[in-house]
Structures are given as C-alpha cells and as structure tokens.
Write a protein that binds this ligand. Structure first.
Ligand code: SAH
Length: 229
C-alpha cells in the first residue's frame, strides 16, 4: 500500500518548529509579512465572508467567532474582530499566545476578544452551540486526515444554528505534500473535499484567494455548513 503523507505528522516537531519562529506577522506568514500577502489576505477573506453571509444574520445570537491556529492573533486583529461580536482563539505555541495577548489587548478591553486557549486543535473541543463562525487558516495541515475529520465533527457541535466553518488553506495541485520541517501536510482540493464529506460538512462556496505572489501555493477558501440531518 502507498504510504499516506499525513502518516508522518508529529505534533512535537510542529510545536518545536513554530516555537523557533519569531512571534511576528512575518514569522507566522513564513517571511511574507512585508509582501502583499497580509493585505490581500484580509481583503479576500472579507469579500468571501460577505458572499456567504451578506446580511450577517446570526438569528438573534451573539456573533461569536473562533480563530483556529491563531498564531499571534493576526486574523482576529485585522479581520475577525471586525466581523464578529467577540472572538476566542486557539493556539498551542506559548510565545505566539503571549504575543497575541499583546496584539489584542485593546480589543480585549473593548470586549471584542474573549479567551485565548493555549492548546492544539487536536485537543480542543469548542463549547457546544457557541460559535457563529469558526475560522481555520493556515493550520489544518498540522492534523492527519483522520484527526482533521474528528476536529471538524467537534466544530459542528460548536456551531450556533446557521453558523459557518471556513477553511482557508494552501492547495497542492496533484497530490498531498508532506513538509518535514514543520511536520505538516499540504492537501489537494480533492482531498479537502473528501475530508469535508467525511466530517458531514456541505461545501456551500469556495473561492481562490486572488493576487497572491506566484511563487506561493494557491490559497483556497471553503465555506462549510453541517449537512442537514
Ligand atoms: N492563522 C494564523 C497563523 C498561521 S501560522 C495566521 O494566518 O496569521 C500556523 C499556525 O498554526 C502557527 O501559529 C502554529 O503554532 C499553529 N499550529 C501548529 N500546530 C497546531 C495545532 N496542532 N493546532 C492548532 N494550531 C497549530
């Protein structure tokens, strides 16, 4: 049998790798912090969210967001805190969590940021029915296919009625690609769709991120909702 690239995934290697990276935007973006990437990323995410939820309907509930693999809180600071009433974060690396507390201090004072959970997503269970939007960006490659399916199943339980899961990740073209440096797997679009299907998620909309530097992997956004029972 062919070896699955995701069989090599090792959490300790990933944590060691990310702990050695500066707790800056440039660090979490792999050296692209000064490029167009952070700006076009936020514009692309905002456009995408407007498309899936133009009226920002939350059926009377608070629009709680959850930022998965949050790094230093870049996505929360520049995007999710504008779109949600309050955002919680999940991030396992201590130095990033410390920096996130600093980056988000004023938003926290305003009540726009809630908890920052220092834990890997494989060990995290969202509070049931809490979230309007669970945003997973540039981190799901740190879980094997099977563990990612289980993670999404827990996220489904964490959604409010009408809530969304969005996945924003690099895509490979032909096959999944294991990176031994940070112990992560970059997946094909086909693989992502199989994983969503296994988790019981319906893909409602998907778009490629525009205007990324050519030397990077294409970045794709997926808007997902639990399948109707
Ligand atoms: N989403 C952020 C950070 C991307 S960098 C942004 O776009 O700015 C990738 C992040 O995934 C790092 O912060 C890293 O520590 C985190 N990560 C690594 N392994 C993880 C795991 N098992 N669970 C959750 N996050 C993880």
């Amino acid at each position: 049998m062919e070896e699955r690239p995701d069989a090599n995934i090792d959490y300790d290697t990933a944590i060691k790798y990310w702990s050695s990276v500066p707790a800056t935007v440039d660090g979490v973006l792999g050296g692209f912090g000064e490029s167009v990437v952070p700006k076009v990323d936020i514009v692309g995410s905002t456009t995408f969210l407007r498309k899936i939820s133009p009226t920002r309907d939350s059926q009377g509930q608070p629009k709680n967001g959850l930022d998965i693999g949050a790094g230093i809180g870049r996505v929360t600071r520049d995007f999710l805190s504008r779109e949600c009433d309050k955002v919680d974060l999940v991030e396992p690396v201590e130095s990033f969590v410390e920096q996130a507390h600093k980056e988000l201090a004023s938003l926290k004072e305003k009540g726009k940021v809630g908890e920052i959970y220092q834990v890997g997503m494989q060990d995290f269970t969202p509070e049931e029915g809490k979230y309007w939007l669970i945003w997973c960006q540039w981190c799901v490659g740190h879980l094997s296919d099977d563990n990612l399916v289980e993670f999404f199943k827990r996220c489904i339980k964490g959604l409010q009625p009408g809530g969304w899961i969005v996945v924003k990740e690099n895509n490979t073209k032909y096959e999944d690609d294991y990176d031994e440096v940070d112990s992560s797997v970059t997946r094909t679009d086909v693989k992502f769709r199989q994983i969503f299907e296994r988790a019981g998620l319906d893909l409602k909309l998907t778009m490629l991120q525009k205007a990324m530097p050519k030397e990077l992997y294409p970045v794709r956004m997926y808007a997902l909702k639990p399948k109707e029972a």
